[in-house]
Design a protein around this ligand. Structure first.
Ligand SMILES: Cc1cc2nc3c(=O)[nH]c(=O)nc-3n(C[C@H](O)[C@H](O)[C@H](O)COP(=O)(O)OP(=O)(O)OC[C@H]3O[C@@H](n4cnc5c(N)ncnc54)[C@H](O)[C@@H]3O)c2cc1C
Length: 287
C-alpha cells in the first residue's frame, strides 16, 4: 500500500483519520521498521531528512498525513503555451490539462522543463514582434480606484492571516481528499462568507509600496477565487476521476465514457463552469 499511487494512499489515510484512528498530531503511523537496511536506499533522501529532525525510521514510527501536493487544474494553454490573453504565456503547475486527472510520479519536473522552454521561446518571439502590449488605461484606472478604496477603509481588528487559515480549513474539510455534492456546496457557501469577511477588512498599513499587509490581502483575494474555482469545477464532475474522488458517486468515470474537461471562467464577477468534450471526432479538441 505504501508504494501505491498517491491518491489511493491519501484516501486510505483519510478514511483511517475519519474513523477516529488519528494519532496525537492528527496523522496515522508509517512503520518502516521491518525493512532491511538495503531497502532504505530507495528512499535515502527522506530517511536523511527525518534523521536530521531527530527521527530514525529504522527504529521509530513516523506520524504522517496527506497534504495538498499538486494542482491538476489551472490556466488553459495551447501547444505554444499561449493563454487567452495576448502576450501572456504560462507553463508548469499553474496550467491545467497537461497531466489529465492524475499526475504520474516525476512528471511535474518534466512539465516545467518541457513547457517552460516552449513558453520562454514563444514569449521572446512575441515580444520581438510587438512594440508594446496595450493595457487599457481604463482598466488601470479601475484597479487604481479599487486599491485606493481598499487603503481608505478604516483599520479593523480582523486580520487577513486568520482568514487565510480559515480558507485552508474549508478547502481541507470540504474540497479535500474526498468530496461530495454536499461538501462542495457547503464549501461554496463558506467561501462566499470568507469573501464577504475579507471585503470588510481595513488595513493598518496605508502605503502603496512595500506594503506586505496589502500584498497578503491581494493574495488572499486570489486564493479565495482559486478555491471557489476548484470547488465550483469539482461540483460539475459528479463521478470520481483520478485524484477527484466523490464519496457519493456510484461509479467511476470509465474509459468508454466521453471524456470532458471542465472549463471555468470569471464573467462579470461570477464564475461560470461548463463541461466541454475533451475529444472530438477522431481528434483532440483545440484549446
Ligand atoms: C512535497 C512535494 C514534492 C514533490 N515532488 C515531486 C517529484 O518528486 N517529482 C516531480 O516531478 N514533481 C514533484 N512535485 C511537484 C513539482 O515540484 C511542482 O509541480 C513544480 O515544482 C512546479 O513548478 P512551477 O515552476 O510550475 O511552480 P512553483 O515551483 O510553485 O514556482 C512558482 C514560483 O512563483 C513564485 N510566485 C508566486 N506568486 C508570485 C508573485 N505574485 N510574484 C512573484 N513570484 C511569485 C513562487 O514563490 C514560486 O517560486 C512535488 C511537489 C511537492 C509539493
Amino acid at each position: 500500500m505504501e508504494r501505491s499511487s498517491r491518491d489511493l494512499l491519501a484516501r486510505c489515510i483519510y478514511s483511517e483519520l475519519k474513523a477516529g484512528m488519528a494519532g496525537a498530531h492528527g496523522g496515522v503511523f508509517l512503520d518502516a521498521r521491518h525493512l532491511a537496511d538495503s531497502e532504505f536506499a530507495s528512499f535515502g533522501h527522506e530517511y536523511e531528512l527525518c534523521l536530521e529532525r531527530g527521527l530514525n525510521l529504522k527504529n521509530e514510527t513516523a506520524e504522517v498525513a496527506p497534504s495538498a501536493h499538486y494542482c491538476m487544474g489551472g490556466i488553459r494553454i495551447d501547444e505554444k503555451c499561449r493563454t487567452t490573453i495576448p502576450g501572456l504565456y504560462a507553463a508548469g503547475e499553474v496550467t491545467g490539462g497537461v497531466m489529465g486527472a492524475n499526475r504520474l510520479n516525476g512528471n511535474g519536473l518534466a512539465d516545467i522543463l518541457a513547457f517552460g522552454a516552449i513558453a520562454g521561446a514563444e514569449a521572446a518571439r512575441f515580444a520581438s514582434r510587438v512594440e508594446q502590449v496595450g493595457i487599457g488605461k481604463d482598466l488601470i484606472e479601475v484597479e487604481d480606484d479599487r486599491l485606493q478604496g481598499l487603503l481608505d477603509r478604516p483599520p479593523t481588528s480582523s486580520r487577513v492571516s486568520a482568514l487565510r487559515q480559515g480558507l485552508r480549513e474549508i478547502m481541507w474539510n470540504h474540497v479535500g481528499v474526498v468530496r461530495s455534492e454536499e461538501s462542495l456546496s457547503r464549501a461554496a457557501g463558506l467561501l462566499q462568507g470568507l469573501e464577504d469577511d475579507l471585503s470588510a477588512i481595513g488595513l493598518a498599513q496605508k502605503s502603496w509600496v512595500c506594503n506586505p499587509e496589502l500584498a497578503a490581502y491581494l493574495e488572499a483575494e486570489n486564493m479565495i477565487l482559486v478555491g471557489q474555482a476548484v470547488a465550483r469545477s469539482a461540483s460539475v464532475r459528479k463521478a470520481s476521476l483520478g485524484a477527484h474522488h466523490m464519496q457519493s458517486a456510484c461509479s467511476e468515470e470509465r474509459d468508454t465514457d466521453l471524456p470532458y474537461n471542465v472549463l471555468i471562467r470569471l464573467h462579470k464577477g461570477t464564475l461560470k463552469a461548463e463541461a466541454q468534450p475533451a475529444v472530438g471526432e477522431g481528434s483532440v479538441v483545440q484549446w
